[in-house]
Design a protein around this ligand. Sequence first.
Ligand code: 5GP
Length: 189
Amino acid sequence: MIFVVSGPGGVGKGTVVNRLVTLVDGLRLSRSWTTRSPRPGEDPKAYVFVDRAQFEAKAAEGGFLEWTEFAGTGHLYGTPRPQGDMDREAAEADLLLEIEMDGAQQIRRDYPDAVVILVVAPSASVQQERLRGRGDSEENVARRLEVGRSEEVLGRRLADHVVVNDDVVRAAAELAGIIESYRKPMETT
Ligand code: 5GP
């Protein structure tokens, strides 16, 4: 199955997702490709960092499940199609994507069985503080809040579930419960 966690910038979805994968077995977090540069101190494995030509070449050969230019940044982001050469455990795992709303819409269109979960901040002021905490400029914070507002409206229409990230531990546990609820009960012999 494909599980999509989406939501506006500053809702803390990355932190929630990182905790979620420690809670649920058999869940493989997809590593996206991006044309943006690594942030100072960012884990070099957070993304596959590539230039635009490399990204476009992969997109042209149908190498992404979805890809988009992230609102107003000029940077491309995409979910690589899972490779055939992975081990059995990885191949059988459910796929977890942490992506923005345009990508979530593409997944919904192409994979109607995918489960889309929207993560939202408990309030606009918390979201603003989180965006500021990342060291973004005030202009960037304002722009991302603006984009975030329309993303949330869209997301609420698209999503199967909405989770409020009021507390990372609680929100990750709620997400884990949602994912488990889609899994078939273990067959008894
Ligand atoms: P950031 O640059 O802050 O890491 O990510 C910017 C936005 O891009 C976030 O909302 C993140 O969820 C989203 N994103 C990350 N990877 C992908 C991807 O593969 N596809 C899409 N559509 N969005 C992504």
